[in-house]
Ligand binder design. Structure first.
Ligand code: IMP
Ligand code: MG
Length: 185
């Protein structure tokens, strides 16, 4: 018989439950709805980490909006950024003259968003806002203003609600601190 695998056993602790996440995402959706009255923003989901947050967030926004997807790569199988950002999937449509909201899972060093911000401004977006579920300001290397963030977290490696370690744990409904024994192996 196969051994039963419980993802929660790999967590040191749960940082935010699905109820806390849902409440924070609703509040953020209401703020964006209020701030973008009269506009039709383009919301860009940064694959893959932001997908779960993105799908919940857009459904809490009562505005006409468009969605787009972009993928960048910087991490690989590590818990530290390589510092190098590469565009893996680009937008399908032009954002010239548009109000853009970039939706990210977590801002860590800030390198990813710095790269994306420059790239999107150069394409003629009239306004650009950054919405992140989590912000880890202790590890910031690149200067960056985060416009919307649900939670500021300490310097720990977290997984769940879209965030991965080695592509696993994205499907956990809560956010947890990954037990260091997992990435020490
Ligand atoms: P930055 O460029 O260092 O800000 O890195 C941002 C990206 O690193 C995020 O989009 C995540 O994919 C990944 N990342 C940073 N910290 C964590 C974490 O604690 N858990 C999972 N992924 C993380
Ligand atoms: Mg990411």
């Amino acid at each position: 018989m196969k051994e039963k695998r419980d993802l929660y056993q790999d967590l040191e602790s749960i940082l935010y439950s699905k109820e806390q996440l849902s409440e924070a995402v609703s509040e953020l959706g209401a703020r964006i709805t209020n701030d973008f009255q009269g506009k039709t923003p383009v919301m860009i989901c940064i694959l893959k980490g932001a997908t779960v947050f993105f799908c919940d967030l857009i459904r809490q926004i009562n505005l006409p909006l468009e969605i787009e997807f972009m993928a960048v790569s910087s991490y690989g199988a590590s818990t530290k950024s390589s510092g190098e950002v590469r565009l893996v999937k680009d937008l399908d449509r032009s954002i010239h003259g548009r109000d853009v909201i970039i939706v990210e899972d977590i801002v860590d060093s800030g390198m990813t968003l710095n790269f994306l911000k420059k790239s999107l401004i150069s394409r003629g977006a009239v306004s650009l806002r950054i919405a992140t579920l989590l912000d880890k300001p202790a590890r910031r290397v690149a200067p960056l203003t985060v416009d919307y963030s649900c939670f500021e977290i300490p310097d720990a490696f977290v997984v769940g609600y879209g965030l991965d370690y080695n592509e696993v744990y994205r499907n956990l409904p809560d956010i947890g601190i990954l037990s260091p024994r997992i990435y020490a192996e």
